[in-house]
Design a protein around this ligand. Structure first.
Ligand code: F6P
Length: 347
């Protein structure tokens, strides 16, 4: 008589295809790279604890790709990441690594990956970090997954990157304080915010602080336009004004922009504040902690299911996966309607 196989033990090829990579992967590497961003620690915690939850060993790599080349790997368990959810910066440390840009550097890194028996790598970072992760996958077949971590919010395939919300909250807090002096002394303040190539921080905070104008890398503003906004503010009998400049704007250095305004309006008391790295520090906001937790869990589960060479992001509240090459190369558009809103409300 034929023995019947209980249906509970009959697996389709698809199920076997899904289960095999999960069983094969034993050790998951995680690193932070590029500029630090609030929420990176929360993401590391989520990656390590999700790996542990699924019975995998997490391996932390210190100092980004530089640490990978130098073999700075350490095993992490759920307890190793206690009390970091609320910490700014990254306890794994970060670096911008020139050596990783050449093939020789990447080969050394891969040798360390083999030595540490890392089966897949989670990279938390921005554009440059994802370029590195993509090359590791392309050149050595290593499964990689990216979690967007940069205050600039300039990655395609996610509505928000880790750190963007926290950084903009810092900017808003600082400008609110500057506003007190601007209004007490009838001054015009230029406030420079971060954003080498994009004006996400500048535009969002312009609306949130009621700035008179904002100078963005994405827009070819002219000095004449800026002068006309200042003239309008006089006509509207405004006494204090804030103009936000993104560091990568087309008009150039914020001190030079301010100088040109002073030449045109010598009677205005004008000051410049460069917020700089203040914006990158401090505890992550509630939104960044939740984003980091969501993306950390999803990234690990995705890589265990066999996804690779993709960035795990969030679009319209849903977790989505975008090929790393696309996340890096496709331009993220600023919502220019916010500029219109900002100008209407600045009158
Ligand atoms: O990419 C994030 C960012 O903070 C940019 O806004 C800024 O231009 C850059 O990093 C500064 O980098 P660093 O801290 O290496 O000088």
């Amino acid at each position: 008589m034929d023995e019947q196989i209980p249906s509970a033990f009959v697996f389709s090829n698809r199920t076997i295809g899904l289960i095999l990579p999960i069983l094969k992967m034993k050790r998951l590497g995680v690193l932070t790279s590029g500029g630090d961003a609030p929420g990176m620690n929360a993401a590391i915690r989520a990656v390590v604890r999700t790996a542990a939850f699924h019975g995998k060993q997490a391996v932390g790599i210190r100092k980004g790709f530089q640490g990978l080349i130098d073999g700075e790997c350490m095993e992490l368990n759920a307890r190793s990441v206690r009390n970091i959810l609320n910490q700014g910066g990254t306890f794994l440390k970060s670096a911008r690594c020139a050596q990783f840009r050449n093939a020789e550097g990447r080969k050394k890194a891969f040798q360390q990956i083999e030595k540490a028996e890392i089966d897949a790598l989670v990279v938390i970072g921005g554009n440059g970090s994802f370029t590195g992760a993509h090359l590791l996958h392309k050149e050595f077949g290593l499964p990689v997954i990216g979690i967007p971590g940069t205050i600039d919010n300039d990655l395609f395939g996610t509505d928000y990157t880790l750190g963007y919300d926290s950084a903009t909250n810092v900017v808003v807090e600082c400008i609110d304080k500057i506003r007190d002096t601007a209004s007490s002394h009838n001054r015009l303040f230029f406030v420079e915010v971060m954003g080498r190539d994009t004006g996400f921080i500048a535009l969002r905070t312009a609306v949130a602080t009621g700035a008179l104008d904002v100078v963005l890398p994405e827009k070819n503003s002219s000095m004449d336009e800026l002068i006309s906004e200042v003239e309008k503010s006089f006509a509207n009998r405004k006494t204090s004004n804030i103009i936000i400049t993104a560091e990568g704007n087309h008009l150039g250095n914020t001190y030079d922009i301010s100088k040109k305004i002073v030449e045109r309006f010598p009677h205005i008391d004008t000051k410049v504040t460069i917020l700089g790295h203040l914006q990158r520090g401090g505890a992550p906001s509630c939104m960044d902690r939740i984003l980091a937790s969501k993306l950390g869990v999803s990234a690990v589960e995705a890589v265990l299911e066999g996804k690779s060479d993709v960035m795990c992001g969030v679009e319209n509240q849903d977790v989505t996966f975008t090929p790393l090459e696309k996340a890096i190369s496709q331009k993220v558009e600023l919502n220019m309607d916010l500029l219109r809103i900002s100008r209407i409300l600045a009158t």
